[in-house]
Design a protein around this ligand. Structure first.
Ligand code: ZN
Length: 461
C-alpha cells in the first residue's frame, strides 16, 4: 500500500506540474463478494430502518439536534467515494454510546454518543466511520458470505426469478436491530477507519479526533458498562490511532475546522437532556406493544383512532399502534410494537406505492406485478382465489387474499400460516397505492374489523 501511494503521489505531482491541480492519494473503497444489487441493498436497508423506527425511541425530525446531525452527516457524505447511497441520519434517544449504519445509507446515532463527544470533529468521526461502512457495503457483504455458506451458489439469485432478497428472507437473514450483520469484523473496522479518515479530511475535520474518540471509549469501557455496545459493534482493529495518523501523513497538511457555533448550542441542548437507558427502552418497548397471539392486536374496532398524514394519502390507525416511515422511502408500516419479527410485519399493515415497469398492462397487470414484487420479501406467499374489485372511498381498487408462512413460530414451534390481505387503488397517474394487512391466520378474523376500519378511512390526495 505504502509504495503504491508514493507512486500515485508522484504521478499526481507530475500531473500538477503539467496541467492538473494537485490530487492527493485517497483510500480506494474495497470491493468484495456481494449478492445484493444496489437496489436490493437499499430495499433491505429501508425495511430494517422502518423496524428500527418501531422498536427504538427516535428523537423527532424537528428536534434541532436531529436537524444538526442531518446537516453534519450530509456534509460528510458529500465526500464519500463510490456509489451514491441515499444517506439519512437519525438520533436515538438512548443513553448508551452507540451508532450503526444500515445497508443503503440509514445511519443511527445514540444521543449518548453526542453527549460523550468532546468536540464537533469527534461526532463527525463517528458519522464518517458509519458512512464508510455503508460505502464498503459491509453489511450485505457479510450476509452474502453467510448465504453462500448456506446455499449452493447455483441456487442464489437469478434462478427461477428468485432474487437475493427473497433468498435472504428464506434464510432468515435481515439487518434490523440485533442483526448479526450489523456487528463488524476487525477487518471491516480498519477499512471504515481509513476511509473515514479521508472523508473527515476532505470535509475539513481533523481525522485524528475520530481515533481520539474511539480510544477514549476503549479506555472508559473497563470503568463503565455504557460503552460496551459500541465496542462490540465496532471492535478495535488494533492501533486505531496509529492507522489514522499514518493515513493522515499521506495527505497534505491542512488547517482543520474549529467547532461551529451550532455545535455549541446543540451540545448544550444534548447535555441537558436525559436519554433513556437500555432498561428503560426495554420497558418502553413493552408499553408500546400489544400482547401477541392469542389476543392478537388486542385492539377492537372502537378503539380511539389517530390520523397518519402521508404525501400521497391519509389513513386512520389505532392509537396504541405506531407508524414507521422513512423520508426517502414510500414504505410505511403501521403496527403494534410487538407486531414484527425479523423485520417482517406479523401483525399490522405495510403501505407503499408501486408503478408497473411494463406499459399497457392495465390495472390487472399492474396488480400481478405488485404481487410478484411483494413475493420478494415473502417467497412462500400465494394468492387465494382471484383479485376482486372493490371501491375505497369512491376510488376503484382490487382486493387480493394471500397466504404464506408467518415469521412467527406457533406454540408447537412449527411455522404458522400468515394471512395477507392486499388492497390496491390506482391513482390518476397510474401508480398503485397499496396496503398489505397481515396477521397469523388464526388471528386474522379478530383483526379484520380494525383493518376494515383503517381501509374505510383511507383518502388519496
Ligand atoms: Zn465500525
Amino acid at each position: 500500500m505504502g509504495i503504491w501511494r508514493i507512486q500515485i503521489a508522484t504521478v499526481a505531482f507530475i500531473g500538477w506540474l503539467l496541467v492538473a491541480p494537485f490530487a492527493p492519494a485517497r483510500v480506494e473503497p474495497t470491493h468484495g463478494f456481494d449478492l445484493f444489487s444496489p437496489q436490493e441493498e437499499i430495499q433491505a436497508g429501508q425495511q430494517a430502518a422502518a423496524q428500527v423506527e418501531l422498536q427504538l425511541p427516535l428523537l423527532p425530525e424537528s428536534d434541532p439536534i436531529v436537524r444538526y446531525v442531518q446537516r453534519l452527516g450530509e456534509r460528510l457524505a458529500a465526500h464519500a467515494p463510490g456509489e451514491k447511497w441515499p444517506y439519512s441520519f437519525h438520533v436515538i434517544n438512548q443513553k448508551e454510546i452507540n451508532a450503526f449504519a444500515l445497508p443503503g445509507g440509514a445511519i443511527f446515532v445514540n444521543l449518548g454518543t453526542i453527549q460523550a463527544a468532546d468536540n464537533e470533529a469527534q461526532l463527525a468521526g463517528v458519522l464518517a466511520h458509519e458512512i464508510s461502512h455503508v460505502v464498503q457495503r459491509h453489511g450485505t457483504r457479510a450476509a452474502s458470505k453467510q448465504m453462500a455458506a448456506q446455499l449452493p451458489l447455483a441456487l442464489i439469485g437469478g434462478v427461477m426469478g428468485n432474487t437475493t432478497l427473497s433468498r435472504a428472507a428464506q434464510l432468515g437473514i435481515s439487518f434490523g436491530i440485533g442483526s448479526y450483520f450489523l456487528k463488524n469484523s476487525r477487518q471491516s473496522e480498519s477499512e471504515a477507519d481509513l476511509l473515514g479518515t479521508d472523508i473527515m479530511y476532505d470535509a475539513g475535520f481533523d481525522p485524528h479526533q475520530m481515533a481520539v474518540f474511539f480510544t477514549k471509549l476503549q479506555e472508559q469501557s473497563g470503568k463503565q458498562g455504557a460503552v460496551a455496545q459500541f465496542l462490540s459493534d465496532h471492535p478495535d482493529p488494533g492501533n486505531r490511532a496509529g492507522a489514522v495518523s499514518q493515513e493522515v501523513a499521506t495527505l497534505p497538511a491542512k488547517k482543520y475546522r474549529v467547532n461551529s457555533a451550532e455545535w455549541a448550542s446543540v451540545k448544550k441542548r444534548a447535555d441537558g437532556l436525559t436519554p433513556m437507558n437500555a432498561e428503560q427502552i426495554a420497558a418502553w418497548q413493552k408499553d408500546h406493544s400489544v400482547a401477541p397471539a392469542p389476543q392478537a392486536g388486542g385492539v377492537s374496532a372502537d378503539a380511539s383512532m389517530l390520523q397518519f398524514d402521508h404525501g400521497d394519502y391519509r389513513i386512520a390507525y389505532p392509537e396504541n399502534w405506531r407508524v414507521a416511515s422513512q423520508a426517502n422511502s414510500s414504505i410505511v408500516i403501521i403496527a403494534p410494537k410487538s407486531g414484527s419479527v425479523n423485520d417482517v410485519v406479523v401483525y399490522g399493515v405495510t403501505m407503499g406505492n408501486y408503478r408497473s415497469d411494463k406499459a399497457g398492462v392495465g390495472f390487472g397487470g399492474a396488480i400481478a406485478g405488485l404481487v410478484d414484487s411483494l413475493r420478494h420479501s415473502n417467497p412462500d406467499m400465494r394468492e387465494v382465489g382471484q383479485p376482486e374489485d372493490i371501491r375505497v372511498n369512491g376510488v376503484a381498487g382490487k382486493s387480493v387474499d394471500l397466504i404464506g408462512h408467518s415469521p412467527e413460530a406457533g406454540e408447537n414451534g412449527k411455522a404458522m400460516r400468515e394471512r395477507d390481505w392486499l388492497v390496491a387503488v390506482e391513482r390518476h397517474d397510474g401508480v398503485l397505492i397499496y396496503l398489505v394487512f397481515a396477521a397469523p391466520e388464526n388471528d386474522f378474523e379478530e383483526l379484520r374489523p380494525v383493518f376494515e376500519q383503517m381501509l374505510k378511512s383511507l383518502k388519496l390526495k
